[in-house]
Design a protein around this ligand. Structure first.
Ligand code: SF4
Length: 389
């Protein structure tokens, strides 16, 4: 297949749905975590859940770069824009995420801070070139997919002698987060979901390759199938996972072989390793502190590190207690379990990151399954009332 429409072909999807139904053992449940928000949106956008039997469940993981950024780091970005007077450049999704006191970068901009939406690190570099008298900071977020462009930006700034550009580095890594979910040291075992396997990220894997997931099969006996983002990709990968589970096999398989190799993009990996090093620990919204799960800029590049350049204050950032984003990101709750869904929290007035981001689970439920979710919430409330009476 060569064109994207072919990966969305209805007849092929129905045929794969029949193959999944035939392969899935009705006597058991299958819980597969799709790590990536991109997969979550593909599942909802194309109705994949409705094409597989009811005992095949998709558990939404923490692979949404906007959602997992802890509030404290967002508050730091707002401080950079407000207190340090920098030109703060960010991808659009980040601008509307509420920080402490529901203040967002967009609100900071409305209050007079110089916050600019950019489409790439190249835009931020261009702004730095155009304003040599101003400090320009790029808010770097995301997984292994967005780290190489940040590395290129720093390498370019150094090559050009662009000293007014720096990166506020919040880049995180996928395999340590999956390991953390499986070990779940701070998750109540009663709440933990038994996972039978993972749909591995597609874009991330195009950079890091399939090799970094092999420990999941070896050490944790969990199958992984790296899947593309189209509906037929997700369905074929789901069928591959079901076959592994049924046969008692535990392998890393690659459904997205048209892009992902075992070694990944070695050139990008080398550049990232040249400019970044692994942090001892990093806080993830929903997962808490995850050891060796994020990157920071190496001391040799401190001139381009916003954390080294600007004195950021210690902060006590408080999450909105009613927002269930942390539990949703761990896969232990769904958006319907949040009382605010569709009431106080909508995309127009988001209370949490999962409703803002184009990859967030709450945004997916709102966009593609709003009426069903609100009906399920009403049914749950009615059942709770009956139980309490
Ligand atoms: S619906 Fe809103 S408040 Fe509730 S978990 Fe999702 S983002 Fe948070």
């Amino acid at each position: 297949m060569k064109y994207v429409d072919e990966f969305r072909d209805r007849a092929r999807a129905e045929s794969l749905g029949r193959a999944i139904a035939a392969a899935a053992d009705p006597a058991r449940q299958y819980n597969f975590m799709e790590f990536c928000g991109g997969h979550t949106h593909a599942i909802f956008r194309y109705g994949v859940q409705d094409l597989v039997p009811g005992n095949v469940h998709f558990v939404h993981g923490p692979g949404c770069p906007v959602c997992i950024l802890p509030m404290r780091r967002l508050d730091d970005a707002i401080e950079l824009a407000e207190a340090h007077g920098v030109i703060l450049c960010s991808y659009g999704d980040m601008l509307r995420v509420p920080g402490s006191g529901r203040k967002s970068l967009l609100k900071a901009k409305a209050d007079g801070a110089d916050v600019r939406m950019v489409y790439s690190t190249l835009d931020a570099l261009e702004i730095a070139r155009a304003h040599p008298d101003r400090e320009v900071v790029f808010l770097g977020i995301g997984f292994e997919t967005t780290t190489p462009p940040s590395a290129v930006a720093i390498a370019t700034a150094r090559a050009e002698g662009l000293r007014n550009f720096s990166l506020f580095c919040n880049h995180v890594m996928t395999p340590p987060a999956i390991r953390h979910i499986l070990e779940a040291p701070d998750i109540d075992p009663a709440q933990a979901v038994r996972l039978d396997g993972f749909l591995g990220p597609s874009h991330v894997s195009s950079v890091i390759g399939s090799r970094p997931y092999e420990f999941l099969a070896e050490r944790y006996a969990k199958p992984v199938v790296i899947a593309g983002f189209e509906p037929l990709d997700v369905m074929q990968a789901t069928l591959m996972l079901i076959h592994q589970v049924n046969e008692g096999r535990v392998n890393v398989e690659n459904q997205y072989a048209r892009v992902v190799t075992r070694e990944g993009n070695v050139k990008a990996q080398d550049l990232v390793a040249q400019i970044f090093e692994v942090r001892d620990t990093f806080e993830w919204r929903g997962l808490g502190s995850v050891p060796e799960s994020a990157l920071r800029i190496r001391p040799e590049y401190a001139a381009y590190d916003a954390e080294a350049k600007f004195q950021l204050t210690e902060k006590e950032s408080r999450e909105n207690k009613a927002c269930e984003c942390p539990a949703i990101l761990r896969g232990v709750k769904k958006p319907k379990d949040c009382k605010l869904f569709g009431k106080a929290c909508t995309p127009e007035s988001p209370m949490g990151a999962c409703m803002v981001s184009s990859e967030g689970a709450c945004a997916a439920y709102w966009t593609y399954r709003r009426m069903e979710t609100l009906a399920e919430m009403a049914a749950d409330r009615a059942a709770a009332k009956v139980a309490a009476a």
